[in-house]
Design a binder for this molecule. Structure first.
Ligand code: FES
Ligand code: FE
Length: 446
């Protein structure tokens, strides 16, 4: 039995490395956290016709997201009721039935067990097929095309769960009429590390970029694109007591896009300039100035990049073992964008996993995981104290908790504050006390 309250002490800005390593905590987390939070499972643009499906995971559970005959969406466990085999082994596609490849039990789009080979000879009248359909995930809700599902009947609605994060998400999903669509397939990147390392980074770690990605950014320099000599850029961090977080920054103003060494850079940068006025009208200047360029994470493991290096993407940090996770990343584009711009945005995204930035982050995560084998390393807490007591609760321009700095760790502390609430509560946890204000720093540093 772990003393989770002792391992994770966000009020002191301290987190034990054990939460990135311990097997029992990982197993406990797979139920306590991943069977109660709203988890991203797919985008409506991937399910256009009846029978379209996506195969993904909710925590450790394999699931199928399926467009129904009536146009609705169901999420079912991808596990046969006979011996537990996957009933679908494709990433995505279109089908009329999911037929298990072990003994051939066959399920409809709604998960009903419709056919059992040799049923009469094998079972006589003893098999009640109605009781052995695929397990349904009871809650499925969408936010502007993003499909989320939840195993917990007691969880609040998706809008309530997202809270003020929805305002920031709009800068990604609602820039233009028609919203966004997922383009192309999926990058699946296997990382050594704990899934929380990726999630907390997207929830607000601008601090790593100037050093971790220094070689990438140096290699991007050319005659027209000088390296930025100042690592501390204008920016802010959004943090939510619900565990969500976002790192926002700006480069050369809201209409521009950070350089990426791609033949398609100019085409996409011009598209962002051309649509800037329309987007500003639609979302308001505040939202365009602030969150329209940055990285975010919806608690616990759905992340996104908005217009970063001339592309936008959404991703999931799938846990696999305590020290392995998969990062699944999808390119997203404005549905209203011209076809050649959509293709160019996708080309810009492909630069990332092909050795540019993802490998930099992955090296940190795998080195940390290797270090955590050492019990002495796990005995000392890690420092999450940056910007303590500096989050503004009533910011004049942005909703949520705002730290007016490019670098901060309040969103990390709130990520682990919320994580601890899920891990220590038997019932769906209410959101508890806020970060204590530190009297001495409330007037300084703001
Ligand atoms: Fe699926 Fe036997 S495991 S039919
Ligand atoms: Fe990074």
């Amino acid at each position: 039995e772990h003393d989770i309250g002792g391992l994770v002490r966000p009020d002191d800005g301290l987190v034990s490395p054990e939460i990135f390593h311990d097997r029992e905590l990982f197993d406990f987390e797979s139920r306590r956290l991943f069977m109660r939070t709203w988890l991203y499972v797919g985008h409506e643009s991937q399910l256009r016709k009846r029978g379209d499906f996506i195969s993904t995971y909710m925590g450790l559970n394999p699931v199928l997201v399926v467009r129904q005959n009536d146009g609705g969406t169901k999420v079912v466990l991808n596990a046969c009721r006979h011996r537990g085999m996957k009933v679908c082994r494709a990433d995505s596609g279109n089908t009329r039935a999911f037929t298990c490849t072990f003994h051939g039990w066959s399920y409809g789009l709604d998960g009903a067990l419709n056919n059992v080979p040799m049923q009469q000879a094998a079972y006589g009248d003893a098999l009640d097929r109605g009781k052995f359909g695929l397990v349904q995930v009871p809650r499925v809700e969408t936010y502007k095309g993003l499909i989320f599902a939840n195993f917990d009947e007691d969880a609040p609605s998706l809008p309530e769960y997202l809270g003020d994060m929805a305002w920031y998400l709009d800068a990604l999903v609602d820039r233009r009429e028609g919203g966004i669509e997922v383009l192309g397939g999926v990058h699946k990147i296997v990382h050594r590390g704990n899934w929380k390392m990726g999630a907390e980074q997207f929830a607000g770690d601008n601090y790593h970029a100037f050093l971790t990605h220094v070689s990438a950014s140096m290699s991007w320099r050319d005659a027209d694109h000088e390296a930025d000599p100042n690592p501390l850029k204008p920016g802010f961090q959004y943090s939510s007591r619900a565990g969500h977080g976002l790192a926002g920054w700006r480069k050369n103003g809201m209409d521009d896009a950070p350089y990426v060494p791609s033949a398609d850079y100019e085409l996409v940068a011009q598209y962002y300039r051309d649509t800037a006025a329309e987007v500003r009208d639609r979302l308001g200047a505040e939202r365009v100035d602030g969150p329209s360029l940055g990285a975010g994470n919806v608690f616990p493991n759905f992340s996104f990049l908005t217009r970063v290096f001339c592309h936008s993407s959404i991703g999931i940090w799938h846990p696999v073992t305590p020290d392995t996770f998969q990062y699944w990343r999808y390119c997203v584009v404005d549905k209203a964008a011209p076809a050649e711009v959509k293709r160019a945005i996708m080309n810009n995204m492909h630069v990332w996993p092909l050795g540019v930035a993802d490998s930099d982050d992955g090296e940190n995560w795998s080195e940390i995981s290797a270090n955590l084998i050492g019990p002495a390393v796990r005995d000392v807490p890690l420092n999450y104290q940056m910007g303590m007591g500096r989050g503004l609760r009533d910011h004049p321009r942005f909703p949520g908790i705002i730290t007016e700095s490019y670098v901060a760790e309040e969103s990390h502390r709130n990520f682990y504050r919320r994580w601890r609430e899920f891990m220590t509560s038997e019932k769906y946890p209410a959101i508890g006390a806020d970060e204590p204000a530190i009297a001495t720093s409330s007037s300084e540093g703001r």
